[in-house]
Design a protein around this ligand. Structure first.
Ligand code: FMN
Length: 225
């Protein structure tokens, strides 16, 4: 997990790099571009459409708290959030029938993906929130990712920003390795541009996470966008 201090440090570093980049642009393009044009081209501060996908069957669980805090932070900065709690949506498993290949990206199954997929296709950022189940995301959340299949070509042409919030009961140091490896290859394939992760360990139930640094870290991640 990035601690609150780390998150602050990363955010500050990212901001400073953008400032340096902006200064460089000003010095290289004085004749062609006004400072106002350069600032307008910089997407910092641009209001984004953010889709949050949660994966827990606990509406008031540990990961739901991180989702709530991230959303509060991002909303406070003017971003628009659409949240789907996948454990409570009717989403069938991908049947690998490849009907979509013959039907212009249309899925043969008519279920909640008909509302979820268009939101992801038109989003600027996707946030995955999940408890750790056997070292990876829950099947409920993974099912939604599998069902991106019909629109994989369109999605790969549409880079998204991304973030991931994970909670788990154990405190072993290798606990999050598999889910982080998965997140990394998803970033590479889709492609996603990571904005940060919060990995909350040793939080089996709601009372374990309340009062820790994890909810503020999730809020800071949202606020820092
Ligand atoms: C099916 C299942 C698998 C789990 N697997 C892991 C695991 O691999 N590692 C771990 O540390 N905790 C594991 N846990 C514990 C949960 O990750 C932990 O309780 C989490 O805080 C629950 O989040 P929630 O309240 O948002 O549902 C598992 C729990 C369940 C029900």
């Amino acid at each position: 997990m990035h601690s609150e201090q780390d998150t602050e440090h990363l955010t500050t570093r990212r901001y400073m790099l953008k400032m340096l980049g902006g200064a460089l642009a000003f010095s290289l393009l004085p004749q062609m571009t006004s400072p106002a044009d350069v600032l307008a081209a910089n997407d910092e501060g641009k209001s984004m459409n953010i889709v949050v996908l949660t994966g827990s069957p606990h509406r008031q669980g540990t990961s739901a708290l991180l989702a709530d805090e991230f959303i509060a932070g991002a909303s406070s900065k003017g971003h628009t959030i659409v949240r789907f709690d996948t454990a409570f949506e009717k989403v069938g498993f991908c049947r690998a029938c490849y009907y979509c290949n013959e039907h212009n990206g249309e899925c043969i199954q008519k279920d909640a993906m008909q509302k979820i997929l268009p939101e992801i296709l038109s989003a600027d950022m996707l946030v995955l929130v999940t408890p750790l189940y056997y070292f990876n995301m829950t099947a409920q959340l993974k099912t939604v990712l599998d069902r991106l299949m019909p629109q994989r070509v369109a999605l790969r042409k549409h880079p998204l920003k991304s973030a991931m919030l994970v909670t788990c009961g154990s405190n072993t140091d290798w606990n999050m390795d598999a889910i982080m490896a998965h997140y990394k290859v998803l970033q590479q394939y889709l492609p996603w541009e990571d904005q940060g992760v919060v990995l909350a360990k040793n939080v089996f139930a709601r009372k374990d996470i309340e009062g820790t640094g994890y909810p503020p870290a999730a809020r800071a991640l949202g606020e820092g966008l």
